[in-house]
Each structure stands twice: as C-alpha cells, then as structure tokens.
Design a binder for this molecule. Sequence first.
Ligand code: SAM
Length: 495
Amino acid sequence: MPAKTSPNRLLQLTAFAITGVFVLGFVFAPVGAWTGPVLAAWFIGTQKAWRGFLWLAGIGFVLNLVSNWRGTPLTGIEFTGRTMLAALIAALPFVLYRLTSQRQPGFLATLSLPLWGTAFAGLPYFAASPRTGAISFLVYWFAAVINWMWNQEFQAKKIATGAGIFGGVCVLVLGYGFYLETHSAAPVALVTNPALAWICFAGALILSAWSLMQPGAWREVWANKTETVALLRSPYTRDSLQVVTDDGHEVLVSPSGERFPVRNGIPIFLEAEKLTGSNQKYNHLYETIGGFYDDSQRVVCGLHGISPEQYFLSYLRLLEISPGDSVLETSVGTGLNFKYLPAGVRLFGLDLSAEMLARCQDNLRRWGMRADLFLGNAEDLPFANDSFDVVFHVGGINFFNDRAKAILEMIRVAKPGSRILIADETEEHVKGTYERIPITSGYFKNRQETVAAPVDLVPPEMQEINLEILRDGQFYALTFRKPSFVMPSLTRSNS
Ligand SMILES: C[S@@+](CC[C@H](N)C(=O)[O-])C[C@H]1O[C@@H](n2cnc3c(N)ncnc32)[C@H](O)[C@@H]1O
C-alpha cells in the first residue's frame, strides 16, 4: 500500500533560498564574510574538537597561502610560517566555542565565539583597523547565533529569541557607530581595539570556566539501574550480568568472568576491532559521518519540503505504544526517532557506532529526554528474552552481516504478542542517493548486496506480516506480530 507525502512548498522554497545564500558566499566575498564563519562554527560542531581544529586550520592555511602568496614582501619560509600561525589562531576561537557550547547548550554559550574571536582578533598581528574589533564581534556572534538556532531545530520561539537579541545588539552597536561617525570631527573607535580585545578575553575566560563546571559527560551510575541491569545478558553466553566497580570504573560482569566496561555511561558489548564484513565497513562510515548525520537528514527533509514530523511519523505511526511501555530501538543511531515517540515510555537504544551514540546522548540532553544506551551488535542483543513491550529498527538492516539473525534477535527480546517494526530504504533510494553522494558513494557502489525488504526472513510463525512502501518508493516498513504462545524454535538460545 504506497503512502505518498505531499511536499510543503514554502518549506522547500526556504530551504533552497538558504542553500543559495551559502553557495553565494563561496563566490561573493561580502556574503562569504558572514556565511564563512557560520559554516566554520557548524563544521566544528560536527567533529571531535581536535580533528575539527586541524581541519579548520588546514583549510584556512591553504586558502590564505594560495590567495596571498604573490603579493607578499616576505621570504617564502617566513610567509608560510606566519600564515600557518595565523590559521591556527583563527581556528582556535571555533574550537573553544565548540567546547563551551557542548557543556552549555543555552543561548549564553553563543557569546563564547565572539568573545574568543574578538580577543584573538585583537592580537597585534590581526589588528588591522580600530573598527575591526566591534565588527568581528558581530560577525562571530552572528555565526554562533545561527548555529544555536539550527541546533534548537529552528523552533519559532527560539528563532525569535536569537534573532531578537542579536538584532537588538546590532542596531545599538551600528547605530552608536554611525552617531560617532556623523558627530565627531575625527574618526573615533567605539572602544579601542586592544581594550575591547582584553575585555573580550576576560569575558571568554569567565564564560568558558563556568561552562567547564557544568556536568559534561553523560553521568549514569549503572549500579543504581537495577531494573535495567536485570534485563541485561551477555550477548555471547546469555549469562546474566551484574555491576562491579573496578579502579573507579563500572564494569558489567558475568558469572563466567566476561567483562563489559561502561564508558561515558554506555555499556560496551563489542569492540570495533572485532567487527568483520559489512558491519565493519559500514561502522567505519557511521564513525565518520556521525557528526553530520542529523544535519544531513534535516537538509534532505527541507529540500524535499517534508517536515521532520511527517518524515518520522510516516513509519513510527505503525508502532503500538502504550504509556509505561519499555521501547527498544536496535541501531538507534543519534536517537532521532525517540523524539517522535509518545511521552511516558522507557527508552532503550543499541547501536554499533560510538560516535552515533555520543550524538544520541547530546540530542537526548538537549531534548530533556532519558534513555538507556548500549554499544553492541543488533545481531547479538545483550538482553533477556521477552524483555520489551515494543521493539523496532530503522535504517541499518539492509547492510547487516546477518539480517536473519538480527530479526530473530528482535523477536527474541520482544514480549509475546507485541508488534515489531523494521524499516529501511529501498534499492531505488540507495542507488539514487547514497551511490551519488561523494562521501558515501565509496561505501555503496560495487556492493554485493541488493537491497530488498527482508519479508522472506521473517519466520512463518509470525502473525500479521505486512509490508508498506513509503515516500514514493524510497522506503519500506515491514511489520509483524510475535505470537502470544511460546515458540521453541525461537527461544533455543534463551536466558
Ligand atoms: C541510517 S542510521 C539509522 C539511525 C536511526 N535508527 C535513525 O533512524 O535515524 C543506521 C544505524 O545503524 C547502525 N548499525 C549498522 N550496523 C549495525 C549493527 N550490526 N548493529 C547495530 N547497529 C548497527 C549504524 O551505526 C547507524 O547508527
């Protein structure tokens, strides 16, 4: 039964217009002066801090070297050295902003970028004119405000707050500058550059120190999570697990001596080095694109004129969820589906990628939601039989090593009588999209597997097996019900 989604033309038009402005920024310097820092601030937020720093500095270094090489009176070595130092210093405010905003997602954190940026711009090497300080403050702040609004998912109220505060300060600063310009005989700076740089430096230090004091990493004490620990089993022996503390670190241990460490609040049931085949190949992809994943989803939705709600509910509507239910998503990724589930349920998510799970923690913190997260393989779930009221999977199974095993595992851990959902993209989508995007094409071209909804892998004992093709043939949603009676064939590897 095909389900069509009609695009919202206004949303689509806005998405194209915004994309157009950013493209223009690459060829038209006055626009680029504003959009460049927005992109830099966004980019650094998608990366591990040190990696983002090196990338930003590297890009800045190459661009400056190429564009200023010919006009320099310096020797080659001197010019290269200075350009490299300048690129490193120019990238620093973005890294410091990223570290601050990670701990402090409120609007106040947007000030970290202009404060650090203006402080560094005030260094003697950069101080080009007395007005640079005030203008660079506004340019940096604009970048941080736009990123903040984007991270708040452009909710109308947040846009109003961000645009209102930024617009108000702009009017005040620029208005005062204009007043000074027209009422003084000699040019006067708003604040002299060195003074502004020192004020900003002090402000940046205070803000960053305060942010560092905020709780950072996901604080989960597994010893207190007795209910969840009772559901856990070794994915290899099916032994039950208990929490012990070793050298101040929590570890899940089984009676046979298996040990599963808890890192950043997430029990680790599998080390990436042990992965093989497609699981290894695609895990590399998600570890690389984890930081871009959510944004790419939003851009795709925008350009197609589909609201995120329409997108996610197109398949989540097939779940049967009641208040108080325990809900497991295998391959939870960054947790995007969780946001669209009814409130008042207990959420559990498992994924193979540490990067995707770290983003999931960030998202949950921002949305004010809680979930128990696990790093493991969906083909060997670390849970006891019949544990969850709702079990579903979206978006990974097409390229699992063993899809049949993953489906049997979902059935095993679901409570009898529950409906299971498996959704993923069709071959048409994979060919038309992933094979064409430069960053993903290497992973999807020349593959052995042809994508097909795994209807034939659903055991015949399942009831109400149903396949829906969604979004004009781009997506499939397969549902079935686990029977209420006991199935010996499926419970052989029981807890
Ligand atoms: C396209 S993302 C989907 C994420 C999320 N379900 C969503 O709908 O936004 C696919 C996810 O599957 C995960 N994945 C791939 N193979 C896996 C496996 N064998 N076990 C668990 N997760 C896996 C990846 O790490 C990635 O996070």
